[in-house]
Design a protein around this ligand. Structure first.
Ligand SMILES: Nc1nc2c([nH]c(=O)n2[C@@H]2O[C@H](COP(=O)(O)OP(=O)(O)OP(=O)(O)O)[C@@H](O)[C@H]2O)c(=O)[nH]1
Ligand SMILES: [Mg+2]
Length: 327
């Protein structure tokens, strides 16, 4: 945190229907007239969790029963720099109302509109809309029936974001598998990213592209528009900053822990994850040796959640692993 940076505790309050509580900023204040997630400045002597509890009581008459870190955004406004320390609250008590006279409303998560919020909120909205786990396919070489069965079990159990990464398949076989996986994902309301060219994404009707780090560094702009998702793999600060400059939707940082798929790589550890997340202005998934039980550590490390491969595909019951992430 730089010395003049304002530390702001921000609460994304989500109800069981998946609606988020938002409030309109008074017209005479910074970013006035725009909608915001409730919250305010962390005062001297308070930690962020205490500040959040105080602000939500003062602004909304709401008491927090369960909260976890969602994302931290450093943003430079012309007036001053802010650190938005955003928490996701899914259990609370009290009947919320605008205690300072501010209009409030419940908005379905999928209808949150970036342009109605201050500029720094773009990544917050992405973080609210993205799930806590990102599933990455095994590197399928031959018959893909077993994969499709396992993938369906995961989708049924709650996977909402899947990356297909099959470097050993011929172009024809990849396209056939991508088309089948896309149909399956869409049937369950999930989104499919292809670790392939942007052109392949368009022709398979997938929802986005996932760039390996080498491809990320070759790009000077997003390869697909905002109707598609663009994600990338990153391993160091330079890659993370490049992905943020290009305005990608999210990144995957690896390897956080030792992993069987890259035994030679030196793990970043939880401190490395925290440091890279702090450099990012977009959501970050932790990858490498991740299991559902690592979710709280990943959140504490500033991440959106975990990206998983072996933990799911090598399990006797892949659906049960996914349920551990979504429960
Ligand atoms: N609460 C909140 N503040 C946000 C959001 N996005 C965003 O850029 N900000 C910025 O973070 C700062 C929060 O200040 P605030 O005015 O809510 O702080 P506060 O409640 O302590 O105000 P006060 O000092 O007048 O009591 C403002 O500069 C605001 O523009 C958001 O979603 N929620
Ligand atoms: Mg406030």
């Amino acid at each position: 945190m730089t010395s003049n940076e304002l530390h702001i505790a921000v609460g994304v309050i989500v109800n069981e229907r998946g609606d988020v509580l938002i409030a309109q900023r008074p017209s005479d204040r910074h970013q006035g007239g725009l909608w915001e997630f409730p919250g305010g400045k962390v005062e001297a002597g308070e930690n962020v969790r205490e500040a959040l509890a105080r602000e939500l009581d003062e602004e909304l008459n709401l008491a927090i029963d369960r909260a976890r870190p969602l994302i931290r955004i450093h943003h430079d406004y012309p007036e001053y720099p802010v650190l938005l320390d955003v928490w996701r609250i899914d259990r609370w008590h009290g009947e919320p109302f605008g205690r300072e006279g501010q209009p409030i409303k419940w908005q379905p998560i999928e209808h949150l509109d970036v342009s109605a919020f201050p500029a720094a909120n773009r990544a917050i909205i992405h973080a609210v809309q993205l799930p806590a786990h990102y599933l990455i396919s095994p590197d399928i070489a031959g018959d893909h029936r077993v994969f499709l069965e396992q993938a369906e079990a995961c989708l049924r159990a709650g996977t909402r974001l899947l990356q297909l990464r099959c470097r050993r398949l011929s172009a024809i076989d990849f396209r056939e598998l991508a088309t089948a996986t896309r149909a399956l994902c869409h049937h369950y309301g999930a989104e499919l990213l292809l670790n392939a060219s942007p052109g392949e994404v368009l022709s398979c009707g997938a929802d986005g592209v996932h760039l390996p780090s080498a491809r990320l560094l070759q790009m000077n702009e997003r390869p697909l528009g905002s109707d598609y998702m663009v994600a990338a793999s990153c391993h160091n600060r330079m890659e993370v900053e490049h992905a943020c400059r290009l305005g990608l939707d999210f990144i995957v940082v690896s390897p956080v822990q030792p992993t069987s798929s890259h035994p030679e790589a030196t793990p970043l550890g939880w401190d490395g994850l925290r440091w890279l997340s702090e450099c990012a202005t977009i959501p970050v998934y932790a990858l490498g040796g991740m299991q559902p039980q690592h979710l709280p550590q990943a959140w504490d490390g500033g991440a959106q959640g975990v990206a998983m491969l072996s933990a799911v595909w090598q399990a006797a019951d892949p659906g049960a692993v996914v349920r551990d992430c979504t429960g």
